[in-house]
Design a protein around this ligand. Structure first.
Ligand code: PLP
Length: 397
């Protein structure tokens, strides 16, 4: 039995996505760039997927859609592209809580002479917009902000950020990493100041290995991968037809499922979250209650280790994730939770639960039954018995 509550890591491929892809793996294998009749179906399939992505993004034209291999490639294409097209500007603004695919790139760019400002967040995970406003100057080539945070689900007000950027410097380009917002937020890029926006298929029930980048029609950037003329010269390499078809169908399904996501999935997430906060004396919510994508909950369990919780949950078939990343043999607490100022007492014991449209009520009930037992077991092993006793008494009275 697997109870999969780690959908921000990756998602199950929807059967309807697989069914749409299959003919392009089996019979319709032609290279879409070829001249013969056999390739027409492949090239038409790509055109259809591009139109599906245009609708998913809320873009003006399908010419604004580039297929990539993943979210990291979308981000790298956008960021390196904007900087290459504006070589005289050396200032970048981003946030302290971005995904490593963006943060690690900025650290490399700093070594190459770029000035990078990392904007902080408040205790509830929301962005310090005043700080952002102050940092934009004539030299700012790019502002790069995620739409929803992968660890906490906190949503950044990208429409408002876009307006701030263009009011301070209309030349500054705005890239949004929307990997965790896909299928959870309704995109309508044409009515915003977003110039570039990246997504990744495996976060919304398409397979791993396919992503897309929206590039506004008036934004000109060079390709990251240079070679053939695929994607109108914006991304070389023979098109991955079956996966592109899968991404198109996944995007259409995600749009259809958005209402379900924001009502039913949210109801299940809230049931899990309020249940844990009520039943487990040393639990606390890491993030704002309201301004979050509907599927994510990040909960800290004080004075115990997150990895131990995950191992016990795994024995029960429950998959979740901890905020910690294992870096060079030492357990580093999450950079996101640290930026929010989460107290050290729960920094190492924070767990992310992330649901999807395949999550059932029974799975939530089972998790709510088992998790408090797991925590009680681990609490007994903690070296902080006095602190835990004090906490238990203060929560119970
Ligand atoms: N951006 C965010 C917010 C993510 O959560 C992830 C993946 O977890 C990525 C980017 C990278 O996406 P991919 O794994 O498709 O490269």
């Amino acid at each position: 039995m697997v109870i999969y509550l780690d959908n921000n890591a990756t998602t199950k491929v929807d059967k309807r996505v697989l069914d749409a892809m299959f003919p392009y793996l089996e019979e319709e294998y032609a290279n879409p760039s070829s001249m013969y009749q056999f390739s027409v179906k492949s090239s038409k399939a790509i055109a259809q997927a591009r139109a599906q992505l245009r609708d998913f993004f809320g873009a003006k034209s399908e010419r604004e859609v580039i297929f990539t291999s993943c979210g990291s490639e979308s981000a790298n294409t956008a960021i390196k592209g904007v900087l290459a097209a504006n070589k005289n500007k050396k200032h970048i603004i981003t946030t302290k809580v971005e995904h490593p695919c963006v943060l690690n790139l900025y650290q490399t760019l700093e070594k190459q002479g770029y000035r990078v400002d990392y904007i902080g967040v408040h205790a509830d995970g929301s962005l310090d917009l005043e700080e952002l406003k102050d940092k934009i100057d004539d030299e700012t080539a790019l502002v790069s902000v995620m739409w929803a945070n992968n660890e906490t689900g906190v949503i950044f007000p990208v429409e408002e950020i876009g307006e701030i950027i263009k009011s301070k410097n209309p030349e500054t380009k705005f890239f949004v990493d929307a990997v965790q917002a896909s299928g959870k937020v309704d995109f309508d890029v044409k009515n915003t100041n977003i110039d570039l926006l990246g997504i990744s298929g495996h976060k919304f029930h398409a397979p791993k290995g396919i992503g897309a980048l929206y590039v506004k029609s008036n934004v000109i950037i060079p390709p990251l991968i240079v070679g053939g003329h695929q994607e109108r010269g914006m991304r070389a390499g023979t098109e991955n037809v079956p996966y592109i078809v899968g991404l198109g169908v996944a995007a259409e399904l995600a749009k259809e499922a958005l209402k379900y996501e924001t009502t039913e999935i949210k109801r299940l997430r809230d049931k899990l979250e309020t249940g844990i906060l009520k039943k487990v004396f040393n639990s606390r919510l890491n993030s704002s209650i309201s301004n979050r994508v509907p599927n994510t909950s990040n909960i800290g369990f004080e004075y115990i280790e997150g990895e131990l919780i995950l191992l016990h949950l795994s024995d029960l078939g429950i998959c979740a994730s901890s905020g910690s990343a294992c870096t060079s043999g030492s357990l580093e607490p999450s950079h996101v939770l640290r930026a929010m100022g989460v107290p050290f007492t729960s920094l190492h014991g924070s767990i992310r639960f992330s649901l999807s449209r395949f999550t059932t009520e029974e799975e939530i009930d089972y998790t709510l039954e088992k998790l408090p037992q797991v925590i009680e077991k681990i609490v007994k092993l903690s070296p902080y018995q006095d602190e835990l006793e004090h906490l238990r008494n203060s929560r119970e009275h």
